[in-house]
Write a protein that binds this ligand. Structure first.
Ligand SMILES: Nc1ncnc2c1ncn2[C@@H]1O[C@H](COP(=O)(O)OP(=O)(O)OP(=O)(O)O)[C@@H](O)[C@H]1O
Ligand SMILES: [Mg+2]
Length: 253
């Protein structure tokens, strides 16, 4: 049971608001974990703290044993923690495969600029990345759409492309912020299968979700946040029965 990610008493305050309060948990390598909690519970803030988009006021984050607290996002991505965002953030003018190639280069020599401006030394690297990118599109079910402009995809397909783009950076830990938001029932089922395939391929997955079906059908561990605090942690069955969790959700109605 090796912990890939260790979050140790991490806190973030926005003025007087305790968005994340002394939250600790670990994600075991090759598992699927979920972070759940009512709106405003601190889930996205927690992801921002892990991936370097925000600096914590207190606490530490370790990835594969390395302290990544306060490292910038591009370094954390290069170390292996790659995330998607709650709202779609694609390069709208680029094709599906181009979006992937740019995603992959976030963690390589020259970074995103070499992917866009293409100096000669970057071209060979890009060709290899494109081949890999097409394999990833195969995995997420978008291979037939590789050469269309990203914004012509359906919303559900655009969300899959975001997952694909994160995968193109070859993460150790893939972090998805509400990947099922806006997906229909069939798309959500496909996403659940995809998350399991990603884990089976050796990538650890941590995702935020409101959709309990996908949490129950994929996550091995669930961390529950409410008002910035971790109120429960365990298997989906355990947290579903937890009185504090029931209270947090029912209290919000
Ligand atoms: N940059 C910020 N500045 C000030 N307050 C913020 C900032 N980001 C988040 N917050 C506040 O911190 C709290 C936690 O927000 P966060 O976005 O982490 O919640 P969440 O659990 O992701 O919610 P949702 O399910 O709605 O996405 C909220 O009260 C939010 O308004
Ligand atoms: Mg959020």
């Amino acid at each position: 049971m090796t912990a890939l990610l260790e979050v140790d008493a991490i806190s973030k305050r926005f003025g007087g608001l305790h968005a994340v309060s002394a939250v600790s948990f670990a994600v075991v390598k090759n598992t699927i974990s979920a972070v759940i909690g009512p709106n405003g519970a601190g889930k996205t803030t927690l992801f921002n703290l892990i991936t370097g988009f925000l600096s914590p006021n207190d606490g530490h984050v370790r990835l594969a044993g390395r302290d990544i607290t306060n490292a910038p996002p591009f370094k954390i991505a290069a170390f292996g923690a790659v995330r998607t965002f709650q709202l779609v953030r694609l390069f709208p003018e680029m094709s599906v495969i181009e979006n992937l190639v740019v995603g992959a280069h976030l963690g390589t020599r020259g970074g995103v600029w070499s992917a866009i401006f293409r100096p000669p030394w970057a071209r060979e690297q890009m060709r290899a990345t494109e081949t890999k990118g097409r394999q990833i599109l195969e995995l997420v079910g978008l291979a037939a759409h590789a050469d269309v402009i990203a914004t012509t995809l359906t919303y559900g397909q655009q969300r899959l492309l975001e997952v694909a783009r994160a995968l193109a950076a070859q993460p150790k830990l893939l972090m998805l912020d509400e990947p099922a938001a806006g997906l229909n029932h069939a798309e959500t089922k496909e996403l659940a299968q995809l998350i399991r395939r990603i884990r089976d391929g050796g990538t650890t997955v941590l995702f935020i979700e409101h959709d309990m079906n996908i949490v129950m059908s994929t996550a091995e561990r669930v961390v529950v946040l409410d008002f910035g605090k971790k109120i429960a942690e365990g298997t989906p069955e355990e947290v579903q029965k937890d009185s504090k969790v029931l209270e947090a959700y029912l209290g919000g109605i």
